[in-house]
Design a protein around this ligand. Structure first.
Ligand code: KG4
Ligand code: ZN
Length: 342
């Protein structure tokens, strides 16, 4: 394994991310300096269906991948021959969507004669924090909250992770999306609930805080059902109050467990990662906790929380120097998991 401190030649990596409904490409130097980061969202294409339609997503990725990569290179002022590697997310995600990014990255790596690196999307989210804050030191407790995953991870070093806890049912982002769909608020649910919650009273409705004092796992399915039942029984309830009270319950659980984990592990900092880390209340309360407790908190910029390719290029820099290039027969792995130490 290469010590990352000993890598002296500058490495410029093109990252590609197509695991779900964002077509993204970015050029990043040494896992830290973002020269360009282009994200083309397909939100408008999926909005009328109330969720991501896999067939539409993969077709849109096919249409968008070439212009998005071209724009990332132009904005970075680099051509293919100047790159050190081309990286792409190979899982987890939608198989048709992943295949577009993986195939494009392999084709470009062959064309330009540079290594191909396959990256786990979740590892990308973990590296988003390090990309913006290179001075962070280990161990870190990362609260990774996205549309498909909710986990607390102890990041002990580069590529060295311990799973502290995870959801036993719905992911936090999934709960936001399902509540928004039930309330007929539109898609994507998370940002809409976030905006609506700012206008409501977080104490108006006492929704449950599932598993609040039980270990480090999470459960959001019962909370989502409690919201639906409450709205069914009280059809005239204010949507703003429902959004604010629901959001307060989610953030209470997420932050309580993250704080406890960080204190128990002796972490140098808490880092937020994943799309739900763009949530205003989670961000504010995490920073508030940091001020009160002295525990450092790292809250990446919103665009670094949601899916992007800069985080993939950042993780790829570490992976390339640690494990070398990926084989060209690496395929898309929709169910790929993060490898955890005991
Ligand atoms: O990480 P991400 O962009 O994609 C996945 O890997 O899943 O996360 C998307 C999730 C969606 O469930 C979306 O509703 C949620 O993140 N999200 C938010 C906010 N912005 C995005 N949830 C709450 N508040 C937000 N502001
Ligand atoms: Zn993601």
């Amino acid at each position: 394994m290469t010590d990352i401190e000993t890598v002296s030649v500058k490495q410029t990596i093109l990252g590609i991310e197509t695991s779900c409904d964002e077509t993204a490409a970015a050029v990043v130097v040494d896992g830290q300096h973002v020269l360009s980061s282009v994200v083309s969202s397909q939100v408008d294409l999926h909005a009328r269906f109330g969720g991501v339609v896999p067939e539409i997503a993969s077709r849109a990725h096919t249409d968008l991948i070439t212009p998005v990569v071209a724009q990332a290179l132009v904005e970075a002022g680099r051509n293919g021959g100047e790159l050190s590697a081309v990286a792409a997310t190979y899982g987890p995600g939608l198989v048709g969507s992943l295949l577009v990014g993986v195939s494009a990255a392999k084709a470009l790596s062959l064309t330009w004669g540079v290594p191909f690196v396959g990256i786990n999307h979740l590892e990308g989210h973990l590296y988003a924090g390090l990309l913006e804050e290179p001075d962070l030191s280990f161990p870190l407790v990362v609260l990774l909250v996205s549309g498909g995953h909710t986990m607390l991870v102890e990041m002990r070093g580069h590529g060295d992770y311990r799973l502290i806890g995870q959801t036993v049912d719905d992911a936090a982002g999934e709960a936001f999306d399902k509540v928004a769909r039930y309330l007929d608020l539109g898609y994507p649910g998370g940002p809409i609930v976030d905006q609506l919650a700012a206008l409501g009273d977080p104490e108006a409705i006492g929704f449950p805080r599932p598993m609040l004092n039980e270990g480090y796992d999470f459960s959001f399915s019962g909370l989502k059902t409690a919201v639906i039942n409450h709205v069914r029984k009280n059809p005239d309830v204010s949507a703003e109050d429902v959004a604010a009270s629901f959001q307060a319950a989610v953030v209470d659980v997420l932050l309580t467990k993250a704080r406890r984990a960080a204190e128990e592990v002796g972490a140098t900092a808490i880092c937020l990662a994943g799309g739900v880390a763009a949530n205003s209340e989670l961000r504010e309360r995490t920073l508030g906790y940091s001020v009160d407790s002295g525990m450092r908190a790292y809250v990446p910029s919103r665009s670094m929380c949601t899916d992007n390719a800069a985080m993939i290029a950042a993780a790829a820099w570490w992976r390339l120097n640690s494990d070398g290039p990926s084989p060209l027969d690496l395929g898309a792995e929709p169910g790929l998991r993060l490898a955890f130490a005991d």
